[in-house]
Design a protein around this ligand. Structure first.
Ligand SMILES: N[C@@H](CCC(=O)N[C@@H](CS)C(=O)NCC(=O)O)C(=O)O
Length: 156
């Protein structure tokens, strides 16, 4: 028999839709709710350090499709953070936004991830000029350019 554990904070926010779906389906599940003051003890147990997390049959990330969804959703979070920067026309304000949102780190993360995806499909950014531009800007940074030129070549 399938068993489900849903981990979330003791509030509705992003977790409640899962609870509502379980309720609507009449599916039993364990509703594990962490209080804010105990969250830091559990954060590292979560695959992405965030909740909600669904545990199914005593393991995490069981469905291939769920893993794919998680990757896409995580990239979606990054894109959401990048959008105000792409939209900002004023160069100074744009730099400020990057700083405020810790975007240098997000840009690098995104750059690295996309490199793998581009290895699978080199045309995948053709419809996303702003993402292409973001990659180009990362590559243009002198220290990054130097690193990319000299790093060992690996397949992934
Ligand atoms: N894209 C993620 C976002 C999850 C998310 O932002 N979770 C927040 C609560 S709504 C969280 O875990 N915050 C605590 C933390 O990041 O330490 C999802 O929808 O699963």
């Amino acid at each position: 028999m399938s068993t489900y554990k849903l981990y979330y904070f003791n509030n509705r926010d992003r977790g409640e839709i899962c609870r509502l779906i379980f309720a609507a389906a009449g599916q039993k599940y364990e509703d594990i709710r962490y209080e804010d003051d105990e969250w830091l003890l559990h954060k590292a147990e979560m695959p992405l350090g965030e909740m909600p997390v669904l545990e199914f049959n005593a393991g995490r990330n069981y469905f291939e499709q769920a893993k794919v969804d998680a990757v896409v959703d995580t990239i979606e979070d990054l894109i959401t953070k990048l959008i105000p920067v792409f939209d900002e026309q004023d160069d100074d304000k744009r730099e400020e936004l990057k700083f405020d949102n810790h975007l240098p780190w997000a840009d690098l993360y995104f750059y690295n991830f996309l490199e793998t995806i581009l290895g699978i499909n080199e045309n995948c950014l053709d419809n996303y000029p702003s993402l292409k531009q973001n990659r180009e800007e990362v590559e243009k940074q002198p220290k990054i350019a130097e690193y990319l030129k000299n790093r060992p070549k690996t397949s992934i």
